[in-house]
Ligand binder design. Structure first.
Ligand SMILES: N[C@@H](CCC(=O)N[C@@H](CS)C(=O)NCC(=O)O)C(=O)O
Length: 240
């Protein structure tokens, strides 16, 4: 069984999309990010960067003890390799075409889009954010261009076949409007986006929740204060 330590965010849904595309059984273990579950000791034991997603496979290939994997890109590689789908293993050219684009997503699209979203939400009371906003708006626009140039003569990110490179890059493009992007400017991305959005496995992956939403009104002032203390201004945890 695959346990998916999960919250429905762009990085979390990469994993549920792949699992739904693969059609293999899995179990959701909610990691409520707003409550700070990512700092629990048992979660840190499998995901030391205090970020979800992470998985635990109780039946890894070849047997042996349960195997845990953190970082969404590593999880995509692990599951695709194990199941022998969406990441060809027998052709080094095709394999590394996909590796490059999954790593491109994890090292560029994910972090830059994430920072754009962060600075867009900083309240005016925190001071002038115009430099940071401009910087990450430009980066997001540049990265849509990288994807567009990639897709103008290819059906999918890594070539003619749908792979984990598409599953990695898709979630962050779902909010193109909020990101200030006009998809008419990136028409090859639009064509790809519409095709990926229509896949039943993608739609099933997007529909996966981590349980009913929490009612903010149910939280005490002490609990809100506790959450603020662990979620904001995160700094290094001391070594044991
Ligand atoms: N590079 C990581 C990023 C994971 C990540 O940033 N996860 C976010 C949610 S999308 C998280 O767990 N945030 C918790 C926090 O900021 O405290 C991956 O791709 O898995």
């Amino acid at each position: 069984m695959i346990d998916v330590h999960y919250w429905p965010t762009n990085n979390g849904i990469k994993v549920t999309i792949l699992l739904e595309e693969l059609g293999i059984p899995y179990r959701i273990v909610p990691v409520n990010l707003g409550r700070g579950d990512q700092f629990a000791d048992d979660f840190l034991a499998i995901s030391p960067n205090n970020r979800m997603p992470a998985i635990v496979d109780t039946e890894p290939s070849g047997g042996g003890p349960a195997l845990s994997v953190f970082e969404s890109a590593a999880i995509l590689f692990y599951l695709a390799e194990k199941e022998g789908r969406f990441w060809p293993q027998d052709d080094v050219h095709a394999r590394y075409e996909i590796v490059q684009w999954v790593v491109w997503q994890a090292a560029n699209q994910g972090p830059k889009f994430g920072e754009r979203g962060h600075f867009a939400q900083v309240p005016e009371s925190a001071g002038d954010q115009s430099y940071a906003r401009r910087r990450f708006d430009d980066e997001v626009h540049r990265l849509y261009g990288v994807l567009n140039n990639r897709l103008y003569d290819r059906r999918y990110v890594a070539g003619d076949t749908y792979t984990i490179a598409d599953i990695a890059a898709y979630p962050y493009t779902m909010s193109w409007r909020q990101q200030g992007i006009d998809l008419d400017e990136f028409r090859y991305v639009r064509r790809w986006f519409e095709e990926i959005s229509a896949r039943p496995g993608v739609q099933r992956g997007l529909a996966v929740t981590a349980g009913p939403p929490e009612d903010p009104a149910s939280l005490s002032a002490e609990e809100l204060e506790r959450r603020r203390g662990i979620l904001f201004n995160q700094r290094a945890r001391p070594a044991p």
